[in-house]
Write a protein that binds this ligand. Structure first.
Ligand SMILES: [Zn+2]
Length: 257
């Protein structure tokens, strides 16, 4: 049986077939994935059934399905914020008396990104060749370190600089939809050390290793955007995306920790 959480020692229920990216997030059966060699730089539309693999046992799959439900709620919040932006843009410039607040759960989002990143980088999926150890503390190509498994399963959160960061562009534009994109970053040794996610229209960086990302992010480009042109927000205080219409604050999308 194949299960990437087998190191926890409590596999059970037999093999399950897992969606590598949870279907529930998108409310449909097709998604876009970027950043893999087979995409050749172009967004590629794939059916979700094509993104399933036998990577977890049934018990661990069930434990992680909680994370998917939370990602689905986060997607609803992001889309609601995007829809409000569009509505208010049509209403024209004014001072908004009712500054609305939308929230997504940071701890669960971090677990969803960790789980999804591991799913997509597992050696047997061959999405990313050559297959590399996932996290600097993993020695096995195509396998996550035990620390990352524990984080995905909610046993011990990522800490000491490892974890989820929100990247905020100078000019915030939100469009609703059901897009997800993922690009892995690798170190020179080489191992996978981080992943960039566009979740609907939020950009997250999941930094796998203690110590956190470097101060200078002017190197990596994600979907044509220079990361160095964005502000990297750590988890404290709660990162916020401030949506302005004209010069006035309309609403806030916050990652709540
Ligand atoms: Zn298992």
């Amino acid at each position: 049986m194949l299960c990437w959480a087998a190191g926890l020692g409590d596999c059970g229920g037999g093999q399950s077939r897992e969606h590598l990216i949870s279907a529930g997030v998108f409310g449909g059966d097709r998604i876009f994935v970027h950043g893999f060699p087979w995409c050749k730089g172009e967004p590629k539309e794939i059916g979700l059934p094509g993104l399933t693999a036998k990577v977890l046992c049934r018990r661990h799959n069930e434990r992680l399905s909680l994370v998917d439900k939370c990602a689905q709620r986060s997607a609803i919040a992001v889309n609601a914020a995007a829809d409000l932006m569009e509505t208010r843009q049509r209403m024209g410039r004014r001072r908004w008396v009712n500054v609305k607040r939308f929230e997504i759960d940071g701890a669960m989002m971090e677990r969803w990104c960790t789980k999804t990143m591991v799913n997509l980088l597992l050696g047997e999926n061959k999405f990313c060749e050559p297959s590399l150890p996932i996290g600097s503390d993993s020695e096995v190509p195509g396998r996550p370190s035990e620390r990352l498994v524990r984080a995905a399963c909610g046993i011990e959160p990522l800490n000491h600089g490892a974890g989820l960061y929100l990247l905020v562009p100078d000019e915030v534009n939100l469009y609703s939809g059901r897009r997800v994109s993922f690009t892995p970053l690798r170190s020179e040794n080489p191992k996978f050390v981080a992943g960039l996610f566009r979740f609907i229209d939020l950009i997250f960086m999941l930094w796998l290793d203690p110590g956190g990302p470097p101060d200078d992010l002017s190197g990596p480009v994600f979907q044509g955007e220079q990361l160095g042109h964005m502000t990297l927000l750590p988890r404290f205080p709660d990162p916020q995306l401030k949506v302005k219409i004209g010069e006035h604050l309309s609403h806030v999308l916050a990652v709540k920790w």
